[in-house]
Write a protein that binds this ligand. Structure first.
Ligand code: AMP
Length: 109
């Protein structure tokens, strides 16, 4: 059974997409906890941080920097990763949160 996020990646469910490559999709969290709350989701499905290969983690960390630069919030953001503890969706994702407004926050779809 594909995860909720794989269904979003496959366009079976809607989402507000901020950024996408062959390896990652970045979407708006449906229940934002800050002015900016995005989810960075690797397309290669794995359950959690601990279960994920290093190559994918490096790709996600690079994506954090890309997203911060695209939004112009390099000096003010937080990454949250729930690994089992507090984790609702069993498909690895990084929460990207910033208290700043950004006029660069716009959606591909
Ligand atoms: P976690 O507790 O780390 O697994 O976080 C899962 C996150 O996914 C929560 O912040 C939810 O608000 C978010 N979420 C759940 N369903 C959707 C959805 N359909 N589109 C976007 N975000 C979602």
């Amino acid at each position: 059974m594909p995860s909720l996020f794989t269904r979003i990646i496959n366009r079976e469910l809607p989402a507000k997409i901020f950024y996408e490559t062959d390896d990652v999709i970045v979407i708006a969290d449906i229940n934002p906890k800050e002015k900016i709350h995005l989810l960075l989701i690797p397309k290669k499905e794995s359950t959690n941080f601990y279960q994920t290969d290093s190559e994918t983690l490096i790709m996600l960390n690079k994506t954090v920097k890309t997203v911060a630069e695209k939004l112009g919030v390099e000096d003010s953001f937080r990454i949250v990763i729930n690994n089992g503890f507090g984790q609702e969706v069993d498909h690895l994702h990084y929460h990207f949160l910033s208290p700043k407004n950004s006029d660069k926050l716009c959606w591909l779809e």
